[in-house]
Design a protein around this ligand. Structure first.
Ligand code: IPE
Ligand code: IPE
Ligand code: MG
Length: 238
């Protein structure tokens, strides 16, 4: 089966999962972490080189403080509890998203995760935390403008590839497949630039219910897609 090299997932529906059981939203987020563990393991078994998980968006700060605190707490808990195991499994951790408005303890944990695992080769887990695509592009453009203003780079060098190299995802291939759970049909400011030629899978299941089987089905569906990148389909071209 033709597997994607990079799968990115918008993990949505924790709140609805909890509400449908009469539970507080926080319980949905906690169960969501279990689904994260299963997804990372499954991606490793399926031989997927890059797995990106959208864990907290730059717009999620709009939620009630209790819920934001719960989500920040779960990130800390996940890194403290799972980092050693991820490292042992040969997983490299990368984090995308803004850092400047995070507290020093969270920033420290994210750096620790990246530093400890930087030489691992088996699989890369990209955590999108405090991430918004427009913010990412704006930060990249600002860095490029600084270099240009300092005379470090000529105008002709400012190509799409040059912008690529200044995004948080620099060095990571574009996602082949973007999965969103919970039935919503939108990107919610996720990887807008990198998704130019991604395939999409919008699944009805809520994130805590996303398991190996749902993952495998999404991959099977992807394997049947004809990616043309503006050219002709493989059958017509040959
Ligand atoms: C996804 O679940 C988790 C985050 C966005 C952090 P939600 O919390 O968005 O769950 P719903 O969409 O309200 O069901
Ligand atoms: C997208 O889900 C963000 C994450 C999964 C982290 P949201 O639940 O925040 O998206 P909207 O608000 O429904 O678009
Ligand atoms: Mg949601």
């Amino acid at each position: 089966m033709r597997h994607p090299q990079h799968v990115a997932i918008i993990m949505d529906g924790n709140g609805r999962w909890a509400r449908s059981r009469g539970l507080p939203r926080s319980m949905g987020h906690r169960r969501g972490v279990e689904a994260v563990r299963e997804a990372v393991r499954a991606a490793g078994e399926f031989g997927i080189q890059y797995l990106t998980l959208f864990a907290f968006s730059s717009e999620n700060w709009r939620r009630p403080k209790d819920e934001v605190d719960e989500l920040l707490g779960l990130l800390k808990h996940f890194i403290r509890r799972d980092l050693a195991d991820l490292h042992k499994e040969g997983v490299r951790v990368r984090v995308i998203g803004a850092r400047d408005n995070l507290t020093p303890d969270i920033r420290g944990l994210l750096e620790e995760a990246e530093n400890l695992t930087r030489d691992n080769q088996r699989q890369t887990l990209v955590i999108a935390f405090n991430y918004g695509a427009r913010d990412e592009v704006a930060r990249a453009v600002r860095r490029i403008a600084e270099k240009f203003a300092a005379g470090e780079v000529p105008l002709e060098a400012l190509t799409a590839e040059y912008l690529d190299d200044h995004l948080d995802t620099a060095g990571i291939p574009d996602p082949d497949l973007i999965i969103r759970t919970s039935g919503e049909l939108r990107l919610s400011n996720f990887l807008l630039w990198q998704a130019a030629y991604s395939e999409f899978a919008f699944l009805p299941c809520l994130w805590p219910d996303f398991d190996r089987k749902a993952f495998r089905e999404a991959l099977a569906d992807y394997a049947g897609r004809d990616r043309r990148y503006g050219g002709l389909s493989r059958e017509i071209a040959s």
